[in-house]
Design a protein around this ligand. Structure first.
Ligand code: FAD
Length: 411
């Protein structure tokens, strides 16, 4: 263990995580920061794909896959959360688009589903950029599908077994990487009346007959991630492409929500950190009333509040990551399942990490813009992009309200 040299990362991280974090820090400085302002105008995603190809070269895409497929077998949340915070410091949506690939495959990896891994892992452990999508949200409601009190009964995407194949019908929406992925993990139910027993995580390769997409959503921010409707019309996949089976898929789904919310806290703090660095520089250089903005006590206090938020949110989500690693869920969920009390505890704490980090990111980007005056509102001063991107962090994965409910009902 070492205390990392970067002065603003006041958190203990293991040596191998520090190594990866520093490599990603340098990557963001060299490959994202110089072109960051062009990302929102990159309609064809050529620039975004080039950056993501660079991250693939660093091993991010194959990191979670088992060694025998050419992966690195990295399932540590400490490593993963801090890595994606670093990427998000450059661009939150690139972090999300990159992070959704391991998120898509986590259920199959944790369940050791060989049929799914044999089909996809060689392709995703190669040097070429590939993309995965974890599709849970449906038009009727995203939160209801994640809400444990709904027990999977609101899922409308249905998977029916027909001989050796699943036949899937339904409509997903808004999922990151939709319309551009080579692999989809689609949250289905075999029968909504079965509750958790019905929840089925189905792997769908693309292209496949019966799968089509709507137009890309036109969002306020997060433009390096793409989201659209996914239509599944009698899509057929082999029987073995269900992640694990009745009951087990529900546990894997819950764990993906835990991992997703915990990781999302890192995305938010990456954005907050990026915006903070910009405003610190600006308020150091710009003189008002005879001295740098940051030396006026009213402004210094605003900067201090940003630091308090960033450091406490980071410390909390990293503590969560340590707790998940310590509980060894990733090693045991496939064989022993997920203890319900542990699941409730971690869903509550992952929601806490996310909701707090999201609020910090929105506060920091908002206050940073205030301290920069009207220049903060200009695209070329960088903060307005962090400001637009951060708002979405409060809305996805349960949003601010379901997140709070999940904190308190298991506290
Ligand atoms: C950039 C981006 C990336 C995304 N990535 C993914 C992805 O990878 N995969 C995916 O499946 N989806 C993804 N989404 C979709 C996102 O996760 C959902 O939009 C989100 O979960 C909220 O669902 P909803 O929009 O349907 O809101 P609703 O579920 O309709 O919720 C609306 C409001 O009601 C509140 N609410 C919900 N439930 C309750 C409750 N029980 N009590 C009180 N209040 C409640 C919510 O907090 C919110 O304020 C993404 C969206 C965007 C824009």
């Amino acid at each position: 263990m070492e205390i990392i040299g970067r002065k603003y990362l006041d958190v203990l991280i293991p040596e191998e995580a520090a190594f990866m974090q520093q490599a990603l820090h340098a990557f963001v400085d060299n490959e994202i920061m110089p072109v960051r302002q062009k990302i929102d105008y990159d309609d064809e995603h050529k620039l975004v794909d080039k950056i993501r190809q660079g991250l693939t070269g660093l091993g991010i895409q194959r990191a979670m896959f088992p060694d025998k497929y050419g992966g690195m077998g990295i399932t540590s949340m400490v490593l993963s959360f801090i890595a994606f915070e670093e990427i998000a410091r450059g661009d939150v949506a690139i972090a999300i688009a990159t992070g959704c690939t391991p998120w898509c495959f986590a259920p199959a990896i944790l369940a050791s589903n060989e049929a799914v891994l044999d089909r996809f892992a060689p392709q995703f452990c190669g040097d070429e950029l590939q993309t995965g999508c974890f599709a849970l949200t449906e038009p009727a409601s995203g939160c209801d599908i994640e809400n444990p009190e709904m027990h999977g009964r609101t899922i409308k995407t249905i998977a029916k077994l027909d001989g050796d194949e699943w036949v899937i019908n339904g409509n997903k929406c808004l999922a990151s990487n939709s319309g551009v992925s080579q692999a989809y993990c689609v949250v289905c139910t075999t029968d909504p009346n079965l509750g958790e027993e019905g929840i089925a995580l189905m792997y769908v390769p693309y292209p496949v007959e019966g799968m089509s997409f709507g137009k890309f959503e036109d969002k306020a921010g997060m433009r390096a991630d793409r989201n659209c409707d996914i239509f599944l019309d009698n899509v057929r996949v082999p029987k073995e492409y269900r992640a694990a089976g009745p009951g087990k898929d529900a546990e894997l789904f819950t764990f993906n929500c835990i991992m997703g919310r915990g990781g999302a806290a890192g995305f938010s703090i990456g954005a907050a950190q990026g915006a903070f660095e910009k405003v610190l520089e600006y308020t150091t250089d710009r003189i008002v009333a005879g001295k740098p903005i940051r030396e006026h006590s009213v402004c210094a206090c605003m900067l201090a509040d940003m630091v308090i938020g960033i450091e406490t949110a980071r410390a909390y989500y990293m503590n969560l990551a340590y707790m998940i690693d310590e509980a060894r869920i990733v090693d045991t969920i496939g064989s022993k399942g997920l203890d319900p009390q542990l699941a409730n505890f971690f869903l509550s704490r992952a929601s806490l990490a996310k909701v707090y980090a999201d609020d910090v990111a929105v506060m920091v980007t908002n206050k940073a813009m205030e301290l920069m005056g009207s220049y903060g509102y200009l695209h070329e001063y960088d903060v307005e992009k962090y400001w637009r991107d951060s708002k979405e962090c409060q809305l996805y994965e349960g949003g601010a309200q379901l997140g709070r409910l999940d904190i308190i009902r298991n506290y």
